[in-house]
Design a protein around this ligand. Structure first.
Ligand code: HEC
Length: 138
């Protein structure tokens, strides 16, 4: 290969990288961050050893398919999804405020639906409470 062929090859490679860059960028997991204002949302539910119970039925029907029955992000639909469903027991999730989790359930983010019109505020807070207790419960 002479110098000129190499240079042409380099230019073509560079052009390809530029062209496909947005695709690569999309494939990278991006952080989903709730707005700071969500942190001030207050749950009407008082946490105690039974407060996970009301959310259980909805979680099992609506969330477990993606997030898994124990919340590890390993539901039966999980393998097909990009990004993968979050591990709800993980530190990144558990370190967020109740309000931030509530905001995420309310807003949704593809492939997860917005649950704003599906469940009442009370039910979404019950789900937050359920998420909080995923680890303790088992
Ligand atoms: C279709 C699959 C699917 C279903 C059903 C689903 N989720 Fe998700 N969920 C996801 C995916 C995928 C993400 C990660 C989104 C991202 O990070 O871009 C996510 C993220 C979340 C997060 C934010 C985690 C974080 O990293 O901050 C919470 C909280 C959550 N889901 C709770 C729920 C609850 C509660 C339900 C049931 C009402 C539910 N999800 C139903 C797929 C799903």
């Amino acid at each position: 290969m002479n110098k000129r062929t190499l240079m042409v090859a380099a230019i073509i490679l560079g052009a390809c990288l530029l062209f496909f860059q947005p695709i690569f960028a999309n494939a990278l997991p991006e952080d989903w961050v709730a707005p700071a204002s969500a942190d001030s949302l207050q749950s009407p539910i008082k946490s105690n050893s039974d407060s996970w119970m009301p959310g259980e039925a909805i979680y099992k029907t609506a969330c477990g398919v993606c997030h898994g029955v124990s919340g590890f992000g390993d539901g039966i639909a999980a393998v097909a999804l990009n990004p993968r469903p979050a591990d709800l027991t993980s530190k990144v999730v558990q370190d967020q405020s109740d309000g931030a989790l509530f905001w995420k359930l309310t807003t949704g983010k593809t492939p997860m639906a917005s649950y704003k019109d599906v469940y009442t505020d009370q039910q979404r807070w019950e789900l937050v409470e359920y998420i909080r207790n995923l680890e303790k419960k088992d």
